[in-house]
Design a protein around this ligand. Structure first.
Ligand code: NAP
Length: 244
């Protein structure tokens, strides 16, 4: 039977690259979006037109009921959810003293509570299947911290803590939970960086270049594969050597 993956925030960037790869590898793909109705539906349509199996479903990851409905719809349509990729996330840059309470609440809501909501909602489905793979997209800043990205770094560090704890909780049900910790990846999330900022950042990357969304997608696919069946609670760094 075909396996099914749900990828949150799959309308663009890393999520879209992951959706395309899983579709090409034969999965039913649920492309989750919140605001990007058109790109998400265009992606689903173009995958279907190419003979793959995909659907775009809206759910704001901060809203427990919307997440539960999306999962119900996916199970109804495809019969199971074998892989869940928590990819949705936002960035926030600025000095801690310039960061207001509203922005901090928003970033924790999406980057951390969103992952929590999705993990909580998918757990009963995967426990019943006695099978599942949860892959959470953290960040290298969650491991080592970034200056002027205190709230972002803290939210991504939270994702790592959540991943490790949930891996222990769900291992007896044959469910693995892992995180990927990307370095600087070429997506719209980094479109606000000036050319100079980008250049000086790249000079710090041992492999000497920015990463591609496809390279994160490939790591997600590996963790979802049978080759990774004995890996759980781990944080896979995909960062060109930035964090060693
Ligand atoms: P991106 O291109 O900005 O895409 C972010 C995605 O998150 C969008 O598809 C967006 O969907 C979705 N999203 C935001 N809020 C949401 C919500 N409340 N509910 C559902 N979806 C929501 O970013 P990206 O670079 O691909 O980043 C993907 C993940 O990788 C993020 O978690 C990010 O923190 C992490 N990451 C990125 C980098 C990097 O350098 N790019 C590095 C390390 C980690 P809508 O437009 O539909 O709202």
């Amino acid at each position: 039977m075909k396996k099914t993956v749900i990828i949150t925030g799959a309308s663009k960037g890393i999520g879209a690259a992951t959706a395309i790869l899983f579709a090409q590898k034969g999965y039913n793909v649920v492309i989750n979006y919140n605001e990007s109705y058109e790109p998400a539906n265009l992606l689903a349509r173009s995958l279907c037109e190419n003979g793959f199996s995909a659907v775009a479903l809206k759910a704001n990851v901060t809203n427990r009921l919307e997440v539960e409905l999306m999962i119900k719809e996916a199970v109804y349509k495809f019969g199971s959810v074998d892989v869940f990729v928590n990819n949705a996330g936002i960035a926030l840059q600025g000095l801690i003293t310039d960061t207001d309470e509203y922005d901090v609440a928003k970033i924790f809501d999406i980057n951390l509570k969103g992952v929590f909501n999705c993990c909580r909602a998918i757990t009963p489905v995967m426990v019943q299947q006695k099978y599942g793979k949860i892959i959470n997209i953290s960040s290298m800043w969650g491991e080592v911290g970034a200056s002027c990205e205190v709230a972002y770094s803290a939210s991504k560090a939270g994702v790592i803590g959540l991943t490790k704890a949930l891996a222990k909780e769900l291992a007896p049900s044959n469910i693995t939970v892992n995180a990927i910790s990307p370095g600087l990846i070429d997506t719209t999330m980094n479109s606000l960086l000036s050319e100079d900022e980008l250049k000086s950042f790249i000079e710090e990357i041992p492999l000497g270049r920015i990463g591609k969304a496809d390279e994160i997608a490939a790591s997600v696919f590996f963790l979802a594969s049978d080759e990774a069946n004995y890996i759980t609670g781990q944080v896979l760094g995909v960062n060109g050597g930035c964090v060693i």
